[in-house]
Design a protein. Structure first.
Length: 160
């Protein structure tokens, strides 16, 4: 798609990257980085100001004071939560999660997975979840596409 045609879709689709440490600038306060998608998309306004970001920090389970911190002051799980808050800033319909737990300690993975499940329920948020861990996929996903070498090799509907 051309830039002109894809631009209206960008706010509706936001990424959460595999490497939380590579997804945020180490030199900018967390609050500024969460606001960045709104600035880029021209959606910044007084109503999307500090209260909105405090609310996003609450939603992802971070204290509001974390908005004034630099990323190096966060743990791995807090870092990934900040990346999720950034993705949620534009109130997307769908977030694309590229191995969102692979860089995390196993003890933190359950907390992030539960956060994502809560976000789906609370906001009706759609998730495209890219993951190699089949147990996690079965716990998190309703529908699964298996791929190998860029080709779909299987489909499955997961029932609770």
């Amino acid at each position: 798609m051309s830039e002109r045609r894809i631009r209206p879709f960008r706010p509706r689709l936001q990424p959460v990257f595999q490497d939380p440490y590579g997804s945020l600038s180490p030199r900018r306060r967390l609050r500024d980085q969460i606001a960045e998608p709104l600035h880029v998309q021209g959606r910044w306004s007084a109503t999307s100001g500090p209260g909105r970001f405090d609310e996003l920090l609450d939603v992802v389970g971070l204290e509001r004071s974390y908005g004034d911190r630099l990323p190096y002051e966060l743990s791995g799980g807090q870092y990934q939560r900040a990346g999720i808050a950034r993705a949620l800033a534009c109130a997307p319909d769908l977030i694309v999660l590229d191995e969102p737990m692979s860089a995390l300690d196993p003890s933190l993975r359950a907390g992030i997975l539960n956060l994502l499940l809560d976000l789906q329920d609370e906001f009706g948020l759609g998730c495209l979840f890219i993951c190699h861990d089949q147990a996690v996929v079965r716990h998190f996903c309703d529908r699964v596409l298996a791929m190998e070498n860029g080709r779909i090799t299987g489909r499955e509907q997961i029932t609770a």
